[in-house]
Design a protein around this ligand. Structure first.
Ligand SMILES: Nc1ncnc2c1ncn2[C@@H]1O[C@H](COP(=O)(O)OP(=O)(O)OP(=O)(O)O)[C@@H](O)[C@H]1O
Ligand SMILES: [Mg+2]
Length: 311
């Protein structure tokens, strides 16, 4: 349904002239040659540590950032070639829920206004129909009527996340790309929100791309899991294969080691020219070839892809 093919997104970091003497302008390969498909009705989990390119990939799939190379296709159509009405339809059907709901909710609007907004933009309803849709979605997302008149600052983190989710649902999307929807919530709220997302998925026939640092949480609900490292996909596997992950980085993530190791490192200063495996410098099992050639993502078992010279 939604497909990325050999997708790359580069950012050029420019410094002012004084800084440039020491640090020349450079290109960050935030997403590098990524091919992945989100099928109808599935939950594709995407994990990887901070800076690995998850949000950039999400933004490219949602049409918010232009790829430097490769294509994004929605229902078989190349985004770059879509005419205006098709592009609008795609922008409605593929919704991005952002990491930080505090920043996405207008602080000057009350809950009711925030929930009416997507209806005004995307659908033409009269006042009564609008009120009906808003109260129906509030009930579904467990937002009590007593919160209707509150501003975002007067809500708890969990309530804000539910308002964000309700706003997304109101647009009647087919795909929700949820970037860290559960961050900043305590464990009980995380599971509540996750359960709510799963219920809404069934009710509306949604598909999700679910992005998170939390491998355990994502793997408990996803149908497939993709692991990203320094802009590249290193492993993609069906739910049934998660316990048999083979990439050394995925194994480290599973053991909870990766984040600590990466602390304080600038992820993009190694392997800038793209030769060699991005993970070779940290890999306990690396071979000489790992520093010379980037391993392609290849099939290791059915429904299981991995990019590693050792496999
Ligand atoms: N607009 C931008 N301009 C320059 N560099 C950027 C921009 N957006 C992201 N980057 C860089 O691209 C890389 C990938 O960033 P991205 O936000 O996609 O990572 P992420 O996996 O979502 O991280 P996190 O888990 O912290 O949210 C990072 O090195 C980041 O600094
Ligand atoms: Mg991110």
């Amino acid at each position: 349904m939604l497909k990325a093919e050999n997708l790359s997104v580069n950012f050029v970091v420019r410094h002012n002239p004084l800084v440039r003497l020491k640090h020349p302008d450079h290109t960050i390969k935030a997403v590098s040659d990524v091919s992945i498909t989100l099928e109808k009705g599935e939950i594709l989990g995407l994990v990887g540590e901070s800076g690995s390119g998850k949000t950039t990939l999400a933004r490219a799939l949602a049409g918010l950032v232009r790829p430097s190379a490769g294509v994004v296709e929605y229902k078989g159509q190349d985004l770059q070639k879509m005419e205006d009405p098709e592009f609008k339809k795609y922008r409605r059907e593929v919704q991005l829920m952002l990491q930080d709901s505090d920043a996405t909710l207008d602080p000057r609007m009350r809950v009711t206004g925030l929930l009416e907004e997507p209806l005004k933009i995307n659908r033409h309803l009269n006042k009564a129909e609008m009120q009906q849709s808003v109260s129906a979605v509030m009930e579904k997302t467990f937002i009590p009527p007593s919160l209707s008149g509150r501003y975002p600052v007067e809500l708890s983190g969990g309530q804000r996340q539910r308002v964000s989710l309700a706003r997304t649902i109101l647009v009647r999307p087919e795909i929700i790309i949820a970037d860290e929807p559960l961050s900043g919530l305590d464990t009980i709220l995380r599971y509540q929100l996750l359960r709510l997302m799963l219920e809404l998925k069934e009710e509306y026939g949604l598909s999700y791309l679910l992005i998170s640092h939390d491998l355990q949480m994502v793997s408990s609900v996803c149908s497939r899991l993709a692991v990203m490292y320094r802009g590249k996909l290193v492993e993609v596997m069906g739910k049934e294969n998660i316990s048999q992950a083979v990439h050394p980085y995925t194994k480290m993530l599973m053991a909870g080691l990766a984040l600590e190791l990466e602390d304080g490192h600038d992820l993009h200063h190694h392997d800038e020219d793209g030769c060699g495996c991005g993970f070779a410098g940290r890999c306990p099992l690396h071979l000489p070839v790992c520093h010379q050639e980037a391993p392609p993502l290849k099939m290791v078992y059915e429904n299981h892809l991995c990019a590693c010279h050792l496999i």
